[in-house]
Design a protein around this ligand. Structure first.
Ligand code: PEP
Length: 248
C-alpha cells in the first residue's frame, strides 16, 4: 500500500516575518523536486507573510492550532475561517507542548479536529507518551486513550494525519530509535484499524516527530510504517531541505 510521504515543519514560537521569509526563499529551490508533500506550520501572525513567501512553490503553509468555535468571545484564539482566508492548508492539533503548558486535553483535541475537518483544513493530530509513561510500560495505554478520545466521531480517518511524537524526544536531541519508532507507529496503525477499519488504517499518513534531523531522517523514513516527519528544531534551518530530500 503506497502512501505519499509527508514532511512538515513546526516553527513553534520562532522566527520573524523577515527571517521566516528568508528561510522559505532559501528552501524553495532546495525542495522543489521533493517526492513528498511539504509543509511548514508557522506562528499565526506570520501566516500571511509566509504564504506570500511560499507562493509558486511546493511548500504549503500550516498553522499551529485552531479554535473549535466559528467565532465569539475567545480572546487570543484563531478560527478555521481566519486561517483559510489566508491560504492555510494544514493545522497541527494537540501538540504535546499545548497539552503540557496550555491545558489541551483529548476532548479539546477532538473538538478542534472536527472543526478543522468540517472547514477543509488538513489536521495533523499529535499523540505520544511522556518518559514516565514509557518507563511505566504505559505507552500503548496512553496512545490508545489519545487515539480513541481524540479521533472520536471522525467519519473519514484518511483525512487525518497522525504525528507520533514521544514527549521525551521532542526538543531533547534524544530520538526514538528506528525500531522504537517503527514499533510504536505500527501499534498506532493497528489501533486505528481497530477503531475505524483496517483498510483505512493502511491509508493513514503517520509521521514520526522528536529530534528528527538531517542525520537520522533516512533511517527513520526507511521504516515501513513511518510515512513522514513532524520537524521542530531542524525546520528552522536549511537542514529541513535535507530531511525533505531524505530519499535522494
Ligand atoms: C515538534 O515540535 O513537533 C518536534 C518534533 O520538535 P523537535 O524536532 O525539535 O524535537
Amino acid at each position: 500500500m503506497s502512501r505519499k510521504p509527508f514532511i512538515a515543519g513546526n516553527w513553534k514560537m520562532n522566527m520573524t516575518a523577515e527571517s521566516g521569509a528568508k528561510l522559505i526563499n532559501e528552501l524553495k529551490p532546495l525542495v522543489k523536486d521533493a517526492d513528498c508533500d511539504v509543509a511548514l506550520c508557522v506562528p499565526a501572525i506570520l501566516i500571511p507573510a509566509m504564504v506570500k513567501a511560499a507562493e509558486d512553490s511546493n511548500i504549503k503553509i500550516g498553522a499551529e492550532n485552531v479554535h473549535w468555535a466559528a467565532s465569539g468571545a475567545f480572546t487570543g484564539e484563531i478560527s478555521a475561517d481566519m486561517l483559510k482566508e489566508y491560504g492555510v492548508e494544514y493545522v497541527i492539533i494537540g501538540h504535546s507542548e499545548r497539552r503540557q503548558y496550555f491545558g489541551e486535553t483529548d476532548e479539546t483535541v477532538n473538538k478542534r479536529l472536527h472543526t478543522a475537518l468540517n472547514s477543509g483544513l488538513k489536521p495533523i493530530v499529535c499523540v505520544g507518551e511522556t518518559l514516565a509513561e514509557r518507563e511505566a510500560g504505559e505507552t500503548e495505554k496512553v496512545l490508545t486513550r489519545q487515539l480513541s478520545e481524540g479521533l472520536k466521531g471522525v467519519e473519514d480517518i484518511k483525512k487525518v494525519v497522525i504525528a507520533y511524537e514521544p514527549v521525551w524526544a521532542i526538543g531533547t536531541g534524544k530520538t526514538a530509535t528506528n525500531e522504537q519508532a517503527q514499533e510504536t507507529i505500527a501499534f498506532i496503525r493497528k489501533k486505528i484499524g481497530e477503531l475505524f477499519c483496517p483498510k483505512c488504517a493502511e491509508k493513514v499518513i503517520i509521521q514520526y516527530g522528536g529530534s528528527m534531523n538531517a542525520a537520522n531522517c533516512k533511517g527513520l523514513m526507511a521504516q515501513p510504517d513511518i510515512d513522514g516527519g513532524l520537524i521542530g528544531g531542524a525546520s528552522l534551518k536549511l537542514d529541513f531541505a535535507t530531511i525533505v530530500n531524505f530519499d535522494k
